[in-house]
Structures are given as structure tokens and as C-alpha cells.
Design a protein around this ligand. Structure first.
Ligand code: SF4
Ligand code: SF4
Length: 477
């Protein structure tokens, strides 16, 4: 293409304003290389983050009496949380726990803002305290924005190799929560040909981690995470947020701009040009992992990582001003209103949690050690055997909801003439195991009145469980 043709080529359509911090106006990816700001919050976050990385890795190994602390067995629909296993029949109990957890997050957000995002979310913890340190270590940093010093060659390969190792580790930890450490180690030491599905799952999760932490990065918080979207409704003006104090910072000191001489009115004191503490150094912007300017107010992209606090505190110390131009505060505080802790939502959320937990305790106490349900009859309602007796086939679903194995028995109560024949004996079920039991009930024809007869069947285990079922038997009219 000649120079003239190039000048005639249409310009890419530009957005009139910045839509996302991770997009240029032409719609290309704007890569973030936030500068690391050392300070008291970074030191505290480092301790919390590495502690959490250790805890995330250790949790799948915690077992008491062979029972894991956490195991989310999706395949068998059994979820063990705090050593308690929720079976598919415990939907209400599990729902209470999950809803309480989310209401708890709403409460924490209402009081402390997005403290979860900045301090404890695995996305932030791994991104800011594993992947970015690896990147800074291998590629180096230069300039204000902390951009890599050297972006090519062997360092690039080394960077992606280390990303791969980190992604493999996180993928293994992640999968351990769903399959347990025993199965995980079998997968690790076994040949991929022996466990092709497991190998593919592991490869896919490692690939997802690589995609997330090496490519997608902060966009997970800005675009994909639903929690950030809810922020505007979860926060109120008394919530603790990372915020810039415009009363103290504005008007910003303009670099290279001389003081404007203000008009002096005769007879009045000479006006003082007010200048805020913000020197517009943009250190708070170049350190922000989501690329926003906190001076524009609270934004959905802010994950409360406190890096801008550390950056600005260092600047304030240098220019001899007090720290805290950017600080943890609330909108009410910044606006000069009195801070109120007790607001409707801070009272309503704990109240809801209390109700949910009460329902949980109620269901938990009344929960039986086994679940029994009579299933629909299939085929003919009855048959007549060679001796002329009536035969009914009854089917029951039986689940052991206890923590130990049990042997179950079925017995007909108060009926000498009804004979119960079990298809399979003994019925032994491991904890959480479910089975379908078929019973043959054989009885003389004279028991039936208008083709119906009711009989009581007791289902019990070798422990404390016992339940009496009234079953409707059918025969000739
Ligand atoms: S770091 Fe502080 S002084 Fe510098 S631009 Fe940000 S708010 Fe202003
Ligand atoms: S504005 Fe400050 S607290 Fe918010 S994400 Fe950026 S650096 Fe972190």
C-alpha cells in the first residue's frame, strides 16, 4: 500500500469514550502492568494472601476419622462441608447454608465494602501474589507504569513455563476439592492412558487457569464476576470503601502551571489561592490493577486492593503532608456527615441469617438417619401365584443418610398372613449410599376387601432408625 493509499484508508471507528479500562478506544486489549506500591497495606495483604494460598492448598488434606473437611463430590451429588455430608436428599439443609453464605457476603459488603475482592478472593490472591510477582521477577519492570523491561526471547518462554507450573498447581488444588486428595494422587501417579478422562479434566482445568491468569487477568473482575455488578446495590454511603478525599485533594496541583494571580478587591483581605494536597502524580492510577482513577469516585472496577492507598501515602510522606488522601472511609464520612453503623440493611441481613440458621438447625435435628420412599409400582398391580395367593411387588428407595454403614431390614407388622420376601439380603448401605429395594408381598385372596388391603411395613436399621410405612396392596375385586 502506497503512502497516498494509506492516508485514504478509513480510520478504525473509535469509541467516543473509554468503555473499559482494558480496552483501547479502537477496541484493542490494553494490557495492565500495574506498578507495585509498597506500604503498610501491601505488607498486611501479603501475609493474608500467602496464608490463604497455604490454607487453600491444605484444606483438601484435612480429614478427621477418614471424613474430609471439604469435598464437593458433584458426580455423586454429595457435598461435605465442615465434615458434614449433605446428600441429595438434604437439599433444604444445603440451600440454607448456601443462602446464609450469600447473605453473609451481603452483610460483609454492606459494612466493609469489597474487602473480599481485595483481600481474600482466589482470583486476586493468585493474580497479585503469584502471577504478577512471577512476571515482575522474570521480565523486570521499568518506568512509572511498571511495564516489563524485556518482553521477548528466552525470558518470555521462562515466564510462560512458570505460569504453566503455577497453573498446574492451582488446577490440582482446585480439582482436589471435587474429587478428594486420594483420587487426585492416583490420577497424578497413574499413567494418563489408565485415566484418560481424569487426564483430560486436569489438562482442561490447567488450560483454564492459564487462560485466566496469563491472558484474561483483571478482566475476570471487571467483566465476568457478578459480585462486582451487585456492588452498587450492596453498598450504601456508610459502607467502608477505598476512597479519595476530594475535599482535601482538590483542586489538584497542576504540574508546570504557575499560580494564577487572583484579583484583589480594595478593602477586602487578599484572597489565598487554595491548592489541594493532590499533586496529580498519577501514582494511584499507575498502581491500580484494574486501571482506574480512584479520584473519579467509586467505580465498579475497584476491587479494594488498597494499592492506591499505599501509593498515595508514599507520595504524601515525600511532600510532607499527612497520609490518608486516599484511605478506607465511607461516602458519608467524606461528605462530612456522621457515620452510622446501624442501618436497616445491617440489622436485616443478620436477622435473615438467624432465621435461615434456625431453619437449618430445625431440619438438622429432625433429620432421620435414613431416607425411605415408596416408588411407583410398575407392571401389573398384582399377580396370582400357583398356590392361588396374591402377589404384590413394592419398590422402595432407600438412602443411608448416616455417617456409618448400616444393615436394613423390612418387616410386616401385625399380619401373620402376609409374607414378605426380599429380593436381596442383607441390605447393607455405606454412608450416603442409595439403593432401590424390591419386596414381594404374598397373601391369601380373602384379605382383600373391594380389591384393597392395607398393611404396615417397618423399615429399620441396626441403629436408631425405624420407620413404619402403610402400604396399599391391590388384589381382585
Ligand atoms: S497518588 Fe495521591 S497525590 Fe498522586 S495523583 Fe493520586 S491522589 Fe493525587
Ligand atoms: S482504585 Fe485503588 S483500591 Fe481500587 S482497584 Fe484500583 S488500586 Fe485497588
Amino acid at each position: 500500500m502506497t503512502e497516498a493509499e494509506r492516508s485514504d484508508a478509513p480510520m478504525p471507528l473509535q469509541s467516543p469514550e473509554q468503555v473499559l479500562t482494558t480496552l483501547t478506544k479502537e477496541g484493542k486489549r490494553a494490557w495492565m502492568f500495574p506498578r507495585l506500591s509498597k506500604g503498610r497495606f501491601l505488607s498486611m495483604r501479603r501475609v493474608v494472601a500467602y496464608l490463604l494460598i497455604a490454607i487453600f492448598g491444605i484444606i483438601p488434606y484435612i480429614k478427621v476419622g477418614g471424613k474430609p473437611f471439604v469435598l464437593l463430590d458433584i458426580v455423586h451429588r454429595k457435598f461435605t462441608i465442615f465434615f458434614y455430608t449433605f446428600l441429595p436428599t438434604d437439599t433444604i439443609l444445603l440451600a440454607m447454608v448456601i443462602i446464609s453464605f450469600f447473605v453473609g457476603i451481603f452483610l460483609i459488603t454492606a459494612v466493609f465494602g469489597r474487602v473480599w475482592c481485595g483481600w481474600a478472593c482466589p482470583q486476586t490472591v493468585y493474580m497479585e501474589f503469584l502471577y504478577r510477582p512471577i512476571e515482575r521477577l522474570v521480565m523486570g519492570t521499568k518506568g512509572k507504569g511498571g511495564k516489563p523491561r524485556n518482553a521477548g526471547g528466552g525470558r518470555f518462554l521462562l515466564l510462560y513455563f512458570l505460569y504453566f507450573i503455577a497453573s498446574c498447581y492451582i488446577a490440582h488444588v482446585f480439582i482436589a476439592y471435587f474429587v478428594g486428595v486420594d483420587a487426585l494422587w492416583q490420577w497424578v501417579w497413574g499413567s494418563p492412558f489408565k485415566h484418560p478422562v481424569a487426564f483430560l479434566v486436569m489438562a482442561a482445568v490447567t488450560g483454564l487457569m492459564m487462560f485466566d491468569f496469563a491472558f484474561f487477568r483483571e478482566q475476570m473482575c471487571i467483566i465476568a464476576c457478578p459480585y462486582g455488578r451487585f456492588q452498587s446495590v450492596l453498598l450504601d454511603k456508610n459502607s467502608l470503601i477505598v476512597t479519595y478525599d476530594p475535599n482535601r485533594g482538590e483542586p489538584r496541583k497542576q504540574k508546570g502551571k504557575k499560580k494564577v494571580s487572583l484579583k484583589v478587591v480594595e478593602g477586602e483581605p487578599e484572597p489565598q489561592q487554595k491548592e489541594g494536597d493532590c499533586i496529580d502524580c498519577k501514582m494511584c492510577v499507575t498502581t491500580c490493577p484494574t486501571g482506574i482513577d480512584i479520584r473519579n469516585g467509586l467505580q465498579l472496577e475497584c476491587i479494594s486492593c488498597t494499592q492506591c492507598i499505599d501509593a498515595c501515602d508514599a507520595v504524601m510522606e515525600k511532600i510532607g503532608k499527612p497520609r490518608g488522601l486516599i484511605r478506607y472511609s465511607s461516602r458519608a464520612n467524606i461528605d462530612g456527615e456522621s457515620q452510622s453503623f446501624f442501618r436497616p440493611r445491617v440489622i436485616i441481613y443478620p436477622f435473615i441469617i438467624l432465621i435461615l440458621l434456625s431453619v437449618f438447625v430445625l431440619f438438622f435435628i429432625s433429620k432421620q438417619h435414613a431416607y425411605v420412599k415408596e416408588l411407583r409400582q410398575i407392571g401389573n398391580p398384582y399377580s396370582i401365584n400357583e398356590q392361588g395367593n396374591i402377589v404384590n411387588i413394592k419398590r422402595f428407595k432407600l438412602i443411608n443418610r448416616d455417617d456409618v454403614a448400616h444393615i436394613y431390614t423390612f418387616k410386616v407388622l401385625d399380619e401373620k398372613d402376609v409374607k414378605l420376601i426380599l429380593g436381596e439380603e442383607p441390605i447393607k448401605l455405606e454412608p450416603g449410599q442409595a439403593t432401590e429395594v424390591s419386596l414381594r408381598l404374598v397373601m391369601p385372596i380373602n384379605l382383600f376387601e373391594n380389591g384393597k388391603h392395607r398393611c404396615k411395613i417397618r423399615i429399620s436399621d441396626d441403629g436408631a432408625f425405624s420407620k413404619v410405612y402403610t402400604s396399599r396392596l391391590l388384589g381382585p375385586m
